[in-house]
Write a protein that binds this ligand. Structure first.
Ligand code: 5GP
Length: 193
């Protein structure tokens, strides 16, 4: 994903040595064309895995997830950060600590939309400590479905997310790996190889 890397380098704003702001194309304003390509790339990586559902968490995961879902021709399901009164039925739920907000919330998915026949690709915008993906995987397990893999748009490789997910036996595929954030510069893992 050279285009993604270029976009991160050009438009990403380094907030501090741990947080990158990508509001210009992913987290606030969305570059739909770029997200289309992101969805296509995840499809190429997982197309032989019998994916039946894309699972993400609101709100920032939805854009890449829905584009992938369109390409796989499967539903896009997103975990809600608060249980709305309209969600009366039973839910699967997990506690997820938010890396950026430093709060912990219970996220929910209705049991109507996930079951033991599902083969799930979890997609998220960032991978930092891995809490969001591990929480989503917990929801997949509650449904007795199978997590086929984790697709991440931007992995911060200097944080322990990948290690934790791989320790849990999960396959992680990220489209762009950030090695460090310093000054106002984003360094990529590939640049250091
Ligand atoms: P994790 O759960 O892996 O620690 O963090 C992933 C979640 O936190 C993602 O859903 C993402 O929304 C948010 N996040 C983590 N790091 C960053 C970052 O550097 N920038 C932004 N904008 N969001 C981040």
């Amino acid at each position: 994903m050279d285009l993604l890397k270029q976009k991160v380098a050009a438009d990403g704003v380094v907030i501090d040595e741990k947080i990158l702001k990508v509001d210009g194309f992913l987290n606030h304003q969305i570059d739909a064309r770029l997200m289309y390509d992101v969805g296509q790339t995840f499809y190429e990586q997982f197309k032989n895995e019998g994916i039946t559902k894309i699972l993400t968490i609101e709100a920032s995961g939805i854009a890449p997830a829905i584009m992938a879902a369109m390409r796989f021709d499967v539903p896009c399901l997103f975990a809600k950060k608060a249980k709305p009164s309209t969600l009366k039925k039973a839910v699967y739920q997990a506690e997820i600590h938010s890396f950026t907000k430093n709060t912990t919330s219970t996220v929910v998915v209705s049991d109507e939309f996930l079951d033991e026949n599902d083969r799930v690709l979890i997609i998220d915008d960032f991978l930092a400590n891995g809490d969001a993906s591990l929480g989503l995987n917990e929801i997949v397990k509650q449904a007795q479905a199978t997590t086929v893999g984790i697709g991440i748009v931007i992995e911060k490789s200097f944080q322990p997310g990948r290690e934790r997910l791989e320790e849990a036996g999960l396959t992680v595929s990220s489209l762009c790996k950030v090695a460090s954030l310093s000054g106002n510069k984003v360094s990529f893992v590939e640049d250091e190889a």
